[in-house]
Design a protein around this ligand. Structure first.
Ligand code: FAD
Length: 290
């Protein structure tokens, strides 16, 4: 698909709630820099089982206090329906109009589901739609390289469709470095009649060891040619970041040129690499640099 006539792609930034006062102060500076890129919204993660609840609230409160469009994540595993509805009412009174609805990661050692009233994200989506109609725009998670606990690729796609049929308005993908996985996922969704926008999640590369650990856990593949190069830089962070920025900028350009409806950056509460990538892409002005 040609992007020549498309509007500026929507970008959004994901934050996690800081653990300390110092982290919060740092986050405020990061947000003020990222906000110059005119994102559609900032999202704030939420620990499964409510483990970050107070910190997520504090971060959301601060963002809303700045008048910034905010999309809190909400996970359902191990949380009662009543508690979820209370949280949503709180967000509604804060003028929040978008949430990211998730199951959440299971505590290690537990099987699939069985940890509360809501076992899967589609049940959370259905609850939000039943209780709040269209008051919240609901984003859900999508996995172009498939969820690590999925029985197989087809079932994972069927389960994704269940979230859409339950009322999700859009989806954000797990990060990936292989654009073909995303295009194929879009094709599979189209064949299943799924029409919601599916925004690629983008993970900047700034540190090899933590990225490798995280990728193994969440089922995102780092292609061998990227792994090998990153490994060869050893502790040379500057080279890792420079190479990482080139790789991720190229990926983003391919995605936008191919018609992706926007980009959602996993910022890891850092601004430098995201700003570098967006500058190389010519965002937010839409004039993508070649
Ligand atoms: P689901 O869509 O419920 O899927 C989970 C697994 O169950 C999949 O394997 C699926 O195929 C299978 N499944 C789904 N429905 C059924 C069914 N009815 N029957 C049988 N199997 C089924 N985690 C957090 O804790 N906090 C966050 O803030 C957070 N933010 C995220 C944001 C994004 C954009 C993404 C991509 C992930 C995020 N995660 C977060 C991680 C997410 O919680 C985990 O990947 C989790 O393991 C699955 O969540 P889900 O909402 O995709 O689950």
């Amino acid at each position: 698909m040609d992007t020549a006539n498309q509007e500026t792609p929507a970008i959004s930034f994901e934050l996690f709630p800081p653990k300390t006062e110092k982290g919060m102060e740092k986050l405020k500076a990061v947000v003020s820099r990222l906000n110059t890129l005119k994102p559609e919204y900032f999202s704030v993660t939420y620990g499964a089982g409510g483990s970050t609840q107070e910190r997520t609230f504090a971060t959301v409160d601060w963002l809303r206090g700045q008048g910034i469009d905010t999309a809190p994540h909400l996970s359902c595993i191990g949380t009662d329906k009543d508690e979820i509805l209370e949280i949503l009412k709180r967000y509604q009174t804060q003028g929040i109009r978008r949430i990211v609805a998730l199951r959440g990661d299971l505590p290690s050692g537990s099987g699939l589901g069985g940890l509360g009233e809501l076992n899967f994200a589609n049940e959370l989506v259905a609850l939000v739609r039943q209780s709040f109609g269209n008051d919240f725009h609901i984003e859900v998670a999508a996995y172009p390289e498939f969820h690590p606990q999925a029985e197989n690729a087809h079932q994972d796609l069927d389960n994704f469709k269940r979230k859409v049929e339950s009322g999700a308005h859009g989806a954000i993908t797990q990060y990936f470095y292989n654009a073909d996985a995303y295009w194929r996922f879009l094709d599979d969704c189209k064949q299943r009649g799924i029409e919601i926008p599916i925004i690629p999640g983008i993970m900047p590369i700034t540190n090899y060891s933590s990225l490798a650990r995280f990728s193994d856990a969440c089922g995102a593949e780092i292609p061998r040619w990227i792994r090998k190069r990153l490994e060869s830089y050893g502790d040379d962070l500057d080279s890792i970041q420079q190479f990482g920025a080139e790789v991720v900028t190229t990926l983003c350009r391919q995605l936008l040129d191919g018609g992706a409806p926007g980009l959602h950056f996993y910022t890891m509460n850092q601004s430098a690499s995201v700003m570098q990538i967006c500058a190389a892409l010519g965002l937010p002005d839409g004039a993508t640099a070649s």
